[in-house]
Design a binder for this molecule. Structure first.
Ligand code: F6R
Length: 600
């Protein structure tokens, strides 16, 4: 028998109220589409019986199969599932139902001991229908049910190991949903005579902006006229309702072909919003970075690249040494950390498992945990001693763009905050949104080059100093949305190996603004050209030398070297976008990727 690993990046939606649940479920699921999925399903309590519909493929397939069925149920749960291993089929799609047929459940995450549970269930004569871990939970709830769904859930979670979020309904108590969070995100939506549950806030926005993000180890009991939140021991908890400041329009494409393109073009505004939050030099934090002997940055992917840029600024302006670590690496590395260390966790979603758990492990050892997050109320936000927000609004495209530049803005403000030159430096930062607009207004030139090179199969991205992380980020963007192999490298390191890759078919994108390493970059570009490589140079306007040396140039306004990463990244985001779009790829939902990675 093959083993099946379910991703936790799936979507959950649930509704209990006085209106038709199906409309809420389908609309909510559509708003979670950006997470990527391979199948979708709903379960409704219709006239005292469970009605379950599941389909492989897009939500429209599910809608088609529901066509003409007059479903008026006012309680229901829905799910989008995305498996990496194991079969994608209707049987494995959620919701899953129990042995009696009275319970239906949707689940994100992994029940690590499901094989053991399955064996136990089978020894009790229960027929296991799917290859999922999820099915074990719903059977157990059914077995544990003694007239109260909440009690059955509380009893069941005692036997589960792993990280998960789930929501369950039962025909025995038709106006009730019980949902649990333990390691995978879950948010309650608060309505009038109706309540909601979802794995992500955008699913709730058409219906309510009053939300309660659940913490790990919490269970919610939802009914049309009220909701109660408990810990795993069944103790009632008091939680605050948060108002979501985004409006629904910011979660729509706004006339752009893809969310990613919209988000790239939003950067003048999102940077402006973020920077405005940090213009007063005293408001950032109750402590100075200089109070610590070291800053340890933990992050993944694009957020890690922002951390690498931040390292240069923090060390320059505070003289405090910074280590930047991949969260997944440092988590098991036994790094000596203690009270004198500041852990700086960077995460758009605030839910990335590796980032959260590596940061929490260091916090436990006495370090202070400061986070930079985009999603207010996310797990990391709530777990940190202090949070600095990027005010970039919801990012729907799987490839991070506007949140990357917003993270850099917060990192810069944090670095210069208590330095002598804070005011002057922040004035430089305040000019960035306008300069970003200027660079984006010349997107046609980038598009032309993108189309010219769209059929290349390998790219090299080179940069040095502040633009080395930008080379990494540019290569990551290209890889993830266009599936073209791209390598980001520190330009000076190239001669120690990767230079062997260069030939006339491998274009190089070289970041060469006039900064302290400009001359060195020019030499590195010459090294590429000498081996017949084509070079797209990104540098300052009017740089005749760069124009003469490179095969093509993309120009950005002249700025102080500190500000260059905000501008050099823009053509690279656009370049990746235009190539992926030209190749006809699913830009917003690239294969194999999920927006929020809640598994290790
Ligand atoms: C790349 C991308 C990912 C994320 C990474 C961390 O475009 O989006 O590499 O940056 O998964 O996610 P967060 O920032 O949510 O912790």
């Amino acid at each position: 028998m093959f083993s099946l690993i379910i991703l936790t990046m799936c979507g959950i939606v649930g509704y209990v109220g006085t209106s038709p649940a199906l409309i809420v479920l389908l609309e909510g699921l559509e708003r979670l589409e950006y997470r990527g999925y391979d199948s979708a399903g709903v379960a409704l309590i219709e006239n005292g019986r469970l009605h379950v519909d599941k389909k492989v493929g897009k939500i429209r397939e599910l809608v088609r199969s529901l066509w003409g069925k007059e479903l008026k149920a006012m309680t229901g749960i829905g799910h989008t599932r995305w498996a990496t291993h194991g079969e994608v089929c209707e049987l494995n799609a959620h919701p899953h139902t129990s042995c009696s047929g009275d319970f239906a459940l949707v689940h994100n995450g992994i029940v690590e001991n499901y094989r053991e549970l399955k064996q136990k269930l089978e020894s009790l004569g229960i027929e296991y229908k799917s290859q999922t871990d999820t099915e074990a939970i719903v059977h157990l709830i059914d077995l544990n049910y003694e007239g109260d769904l909440l009690k059955a859930v509380l009893k069941t979670i005692k036997s589960l190991k792993g990280a998960y979020a789930f929501a369950v309904i039962s025909t025995r108590e038709p106006n009730r949903i019980v949902a649990v969070r333990y390691g995978s995100p879950l948010v309650v939506g608060v309505g009038k005579n109706e309540n909601f549950i979802a794995s992500d806030i955008p699913a709730l926005l058409p219906f309510t902006r009053e939300v309660i993000p659940l913490d790990d180890g919490e269970v919610v009991d939802l009914r049309p006229d009220g909701l109660f939140i408990y810990d795993f021991e069944g103790n009632l908890l008091t939680k605050e309702v948060m108002h979501v400041p985004w409006d629904i329009i910011s979660a729509e494409k706004g006339g752009f072909k893809h969310f990613m393109l919209k988000e790239i073009f939003e950067q003048p505004r999102t940077l402006g919003d973020t920077i405005r939050g940090y213009i007063s030099r005293d408001i950032i934090l109750p402590f100075s970075l200089r109070d610590f002997r070291r800053v340890v940055v933990v992050a993944c992917g694009t957020s890690y690249h922002a951390g690498l840029v931040g390292k240069y600024w923090i060390e320059k302006y505070t003289r405090v040494p910074v280590e930047v670590a991949y969260a997944s690496e440092i988590r098991y590395a036994d790094m000596p950390v203690g009270e004198n260390d500041l852990v700086l966790a960077i995460s758009q979603s605030g839910e990335t498992a590796d980032t959260r758990f590596s940061a929490l492990a260091m916090k436990e050892k006495g370090a202070t945990l400061l986070s930079i997050v985009n999603v207010m109320g996310s797990a990391l936000d709530r777990e940190s001693d202090h949070t600095l927000y990027t005010h970039a609004g919801p990012e729907i495209g799987v490839a991070a763009t506007k949140t990357f530049t917003a993270q850099m803005a917060v990192l810069f403000a944090l670095s210069v905050n208590q330095s002598e030159s804070a005011q002057e430096k922040m004035e430089n930062l305040l000019k960035v949104p306008h300069l970003v607009e200027e660079v984006l207004s010349k997107s046609e030139k980038v598009k032309e080059l993108a189309l010219k090179y769209a059929n290349s199969t390998d790219f090299l991205y080179l940069g040095r100093f502040l633009n080395y992380p930008i080379a990494l980020e540019g290569a990551l963007k290209l890889k993830e949305i266009s599936y073209i192999h791209a390598e980001g490298y520190p330009a000076g390191e190239m001669k120690h190996g990767p230079i062997a890759l260069i030939d006339e078919k491998t274009p190089t994108v070289a970041l060469a603004p006039r900064d302290r390493v400009y001359e060195k970059m020019l030499s590195n570009i010459e090294e590429v050209l000498a081996r017949k490589g084509k070079v797209i140079g990104v540098g300052f306007e009017g740089d005749e030398t760069l124009r003469k040396v490179c095969t093509h140039t993309i120009e950005i306004p002249q700025v102080d070297e500190d500000m260059t990463p905000f501008l050099t990244i823009l053509p690279l985001q656009l370049f990746a976008y235009y190539i992926a779009d030209y190749l006809g790829l699913d830009v917003d939902q690239p294969r194999n990727l999920a927006k929020t990675v809640t598994v290790e």
